[in-house]
Ligand binder design. Structure first.
Ligand SMILES: *Cc1c(COP(=O)(O)O)cnc(C)c1O
Length: 427
């Protein structure tokens, strides 16, 4: 297989700027707080699986060695029992939620199922869910299943290309529409929705709103309270760096908690879990939406990542994310557009989350060649998109520059031709 120069590339345009931007970056020191054992590898997949904070190893040792190994069942009264509420409140503080409005629970898919079902159960005359074709397909599968069980249907608005909802979309909200459910940042193009404006239009037309924050939490400022959002879900293993399969979270606006009923009941959701009453009485607060024992080790490992985001501050993270994204777009246009690459994300930073999607007719073999021959980890989304995930706590401007120049050398040398026709399970 062809070898390519891994850089750095001091004579290529953009290098001096990258070095200067890194030097002036107030978040630069945070990179040292993550386990990074391969200096050549450029990790551009923090939008899919965040890197491991160094503190997670100590936390894992404490969770497994001390809390489980020595404290055993006593640990339930020493922090395990309300771990998911405590972490929920901590996470809630970065998304404009009040204490008691967020809980760490289950997976994003299951939380979406619980909250969408509860929203449809509110009014038997309203069983239609409105979403769009930029939403994560898995979310659409969940919403479709929920709507069908309620005797309704999922309606998908056709987006403006990769760029969000078309003008007048709210006319699709009808008397049967219960819920508008969207992703805050589109998983593929990175389009960032105007949460407050969409929520206001949905409310004005009589629907509740549910946002999936998986691609925005920890990297885009979010104020659910100010926007009047009803419901939200999201995962903790992307920009929050909680670890593979770490539990997700859900948000229910305080004023709605008494009227909604979670469709999945269980002892953790009971008003008196240790009363072991034979009848179910739901907890009056957010616990009602979490049915059973949490995976303690995995949930506990969310905390180091949350602490890093809170220490850095989401506003500072967003500023760097915007700068990294703009730098990426400029470099792709300068060095790669003549080789068939196009920026598939919004170029307006205000409307972009923290990954930059590039499209190319040969995106699949190029993506494989980036991984195997160029020591870059991006990801691929069919049919023609490569996502470059920029995670401001550890992605440097020089990483972006080096990655783009490696990509340039790779396509110039035709290295990707060797990868045509190869398959992979996880893309
Ligand atoms: C990552 C992501 C999910 C993940 O769902 P899981 O239940 O953890 O598999 C869901 N929705 C969106 C929009 C995502 O980006």
């Amino acid at each position: 297989m062809a070898e390519i120069d891994l850089g750095p590339f001091p004579t290529e345009s953009g290098h001096a700027e990258a070095v200067a931007l890194d030097r002036a970056d107030p978040l630069g020191p945070f990179r040292g707080r993550f386990a990074i054992d391969d200096p050549e590898l450029i990790y551009l997949d923090g939008n899919s699986l965040g890197r491991m904070p160094k503190a997670s190893l100590d936390e894992a040792a404490d969770l497994v060695g001390r809390q489980w190994g020595s404290r055993l069942i006593r640990s339930w009264n020493e922090g395990w029992w309300d771990l998911n509420e405590r972490l929920g409140d901590k996470l809630g503080s970065m998304i404009g939620a009040d204490p008691g409005e967020v809980i760490v629970s289950d997976s994003t898919s299951i939380n979406l199922h619980k909250l969408a079902t509860a929203a449809l159960d509110l009014d038997p005359d309203r069983s239609v869910i409105l979403s769009d074709d930029l939403n994560f397909p898995s979310d659409l599968y969940v919403l479709d299943g929920v709507a069908r069980r309620a005797g309704g249907r999922l309606e998908r608005i056709r987006s403006n290309g990769a760029h969000g909802l078309p003008e007048g979309w709210e006319r699709a909200i009808g008397p049967e529409t219960a819920l508008v459910a969207l992703s805050h940042v589109a998983y593929k193009s990175g389009y960032l929705y105007d949460m407050a404006a969409v929520t206001e239009l949905a409310h004005a037309n009589g629907a509740l709103v549910l946002w999936d924050l998986s691609h925005s939490v920890g990297v885009v400022p979010i104020d659910l309270g100010a926007a009047g959002v009803d419901l939200a879900v999201g995962c903790t293993y992307k920009y929050l760096n909680g670890g593979p399969g770490s539990p997700a979270f859900l948000y229910v606006r305080e004023g709605l908690q008494a009227s909604l009923r979670s469709p999945i009941t269980g002892w953790w959701a009971h008003a008196d879990p240790f009363g072991f009453d034979l009848e179910f009485t739901p907890d009056a607060g957010i616990r009602q939406f979490h049915p059973g024992t949490i995976p303690v080790v995995s949930a506990g490992l969310i905390e180091p990542g949350l602490d890093l985001v809170l220490e850095a501050g989401v506003e500072a993270i967003r500023s760097k994310s915007i700068a990294l994204g703009g730098f990426t777009v400029d470099l792709v246009e300068e060095h790669l557009s003549r080789h068939g690459f196009e920026v598939a994300s919004p170029k307006d930073a205000e409307r972009r989350g923290s990954h930059v999607a590039v499209s190319h007719p040969e995106a699949w073999p190029i993506n494989l060649a980036m991984i195997d021959a160029a020591a870059i980890l991006p990801d691929f989304r069919a049919p023609d998109t490569i996502r470059l995930g920029l995670s401001p706590l550890y992605t440097r401007f020089l990483d972006v520059h080096t990655a783009v120049i490696r990509m340039l050398h790779l396509v110039e040398a035709g290295v990707h031709h060797e990868f045509r026709g190869r398959q992979a399970t996880v893309t």
